[in-house]
Design a protein around this ligand. Structure first.
Ligand code: ZN
Length: 97
């Protein structure tokens, strides 16, 4: 088993207590860059705010156990999963954030 996360997400800069992190998500050959930071979650899991560079889109994403995962994007509403959750879960699972 490889220790690196799936190829579609890359952590470019881990967040620190005082600064945001930067990650890239590649799907179907297109790469989107996001700044992100952890935000408090009062209802379980870990909360993150992701801001896609260039589009001004902000998503609030929650990851944890399957029932704790949620996102604000259309993909999540349609399919119950999305690249934001999958990407953050990969980074959390590999203890990179
Ligand atoms: Zn999403």
């Amino acid at each position: 088993m490889s220790q690196s996360p799936p190829r579609f997400i890359r952590l470019l800069r881990a967040p620190t207590p005082t600064d945001v992190g930067l990650l890239a998500i590649t799907t179907r050959g297109k790469t989107g860059f996001y700044v992100f930071k952890e935000i408090p979650s009062a209802i379980g899991g870990r909360g993150f705010e992701m801001h896609r560079l260039g589009l001004g889109t902000v998503y609030h994403v929650r990851v944890g156990k399957p029932e704790e995962c949620a996102c604000e994007c259309i993909g999540f509403y349609r399919h119950g999963k999305c690249k934001h959750i999958q990407g953050l879960l990969a980074l959390v699972g590999h203890a990179m954030i």
